[in-house]
Write a protein that binds this ligand. Structure first.
Ligand code: IPM
Ligand code: MG
Length: 353
């Protein structure tokens, strides 16, 4: 029996390209794994009008963790629910961890000394799916039944629901990580001066957690200021902790500082399960061309190895990736090279050997 049983879910578009590539360095590392293949996303919507079919839930539930490619989401399709959001919610993957580290040699690095990590709350807030259209006063029952509210409503409501426990546990995860990895500072990112109830609750919980980690510096900053300071002095940040939507936004911004989404990895982590995925989308126009950068996917696999406790393999993989990036020879088009997705992944594997 293999040591690990892991769900392999490439998703849509370039998710397949980068997943295939990722297998090359993982094989070179000799990870003892039984892969359980599964599908989710737009491909399943087209087939079954269900982005995560029952089969897929079963595959996920039968494994320790999931390695995930990318999925296509489309707005304005009745009944459509994002596969990744459903998986995050069902497995209560409340931590979305997004390291933002500049690898020397990457031509697009904004600064070489960026090394921060974003802890994004991943289960509540504006992404809870609590979206409504108020029924207009003059609305008739038959119109209601015919599902016409959406077009007739003069306003719309998306509820930003935070629970005390939801706020506490994401901040706790950020501080624990900071302590474990010898980092120095946690910055809570909020907009409590305007969104008083929810961000007030978040900051209140953050303060309480911070008191229990007296050796770690604790700071609070408004999200709009963070968006600016990330550009002006990104090296001043260490660990950022924030709520769901702010984390979604600033993590894309931060990714751009270190060379783009092709380098941006993430881990969706809960108490009993975790899913690792590049933060980029499925880029349908590049699907199957083996053109895109496999680094974000491979760095996500590195995070998975760490989470599994395979620190040695994780280090090896990261050093291999750093080596290939530093040489800058076998890199994809986004980094100014001509290598294919698979060539770059093979270069990682060579370095491992
Ligand atoms: C991300 C993505 C997702 C999100 C989408 C695909 C639902 O943008 O992982 O950052 O918003 O969380
Ligand atoms: Mg995003």
């Amino acid at each position: 029996m293999a040591k690990y049983r892991i769900c392999r879910l490439p998703g849509d578009g370039i998710g397949h390209d980068v997943m295939e590539a990722c297998m090359i360095p993982l094989e070179a590392l000799g990870l003892d794994v039984e892969w359980v293949d599964a599908s989710a996303g737009w491909c399943m919507w087209e087939k079954y009008q269900n982005t995560v079919p029952e089969e897929t839930w079963k595959s996920l539930e039968s494994t320790r963790a999931c390695l995930f490619g990318a999925i296509t989401s489309r707005p304005n399709i009745p009944g459509f629910k994002s596969a990744i959001l459903q998986i995050r919610q069902k497995f209560d993957l409340y931590v979305n961890m997004r390291p933002v580290k500049a690898f020397p040699g990457v031509p697009l690095n904004y600064r070489d000394n960026i090394d921060l990590i974003i802890f994004r709350e991943n289960s509540e807030g504006l992404y809870s799916g609590l979206d409504y259209f108020p029924i207009p006063d003059d609305f008739m029952a038959n119109e209601l039944l015919a599902g016409k509210v959406k077009d007739a409503a003069n306003s719309a409501i998306s509820i930003r629901l935070f629970s005390r426990e939801g706020c506490r546990r994401i901040v706790q995860a950020a501080f624990e990580y900071t302590r474990k990895h010898g980092r120095k500072k946690v910055t809570a990112v909020h907009k409590a001066n305007v969104i008083r109830a929810t961000d007030g609750l978040f900051l209140g919980e953050a303060k309480k957690v911070a008191e229990r980690f007296p050796e770690i510096e604790y700071d609070e900053e408004n999200v709009d200021a963070v968006a600016m300071w990330l550009i002006k002095r990104p090296e001043s940040y260490d660990v950022l902790v924030t709520t769901n939507m702010f984390g979604d936004i600033i993590s894309d911004e931060a990714a751009q500082l270190i060379g783009g989404m092709g380098l941006s990895a993430s881990g969706n982590i809960g108490d009993n399960y975790a899913l690792f995925e590049p933060s980029h989308g499925s880029a349908p126009k590049y699907a199957g061309q083996y053109k895109v950068n496999p680094t974000a996917m491979c760095l996500s696999a590195k995070m998975m190895l760490s989470w599994l406790g395979e620190e040695e393999m994780a280090d090896k993989l990261e050093r291999a990736i750093a080596g290939v990036l530093a040489e800058g020879k076998t890199v994809t088009y986004d980094l100014g090279g001509k290598a294919s997705t698979l060539d770059m992944a093979k270069a990682f594997a060579e370095k491992i050997k």
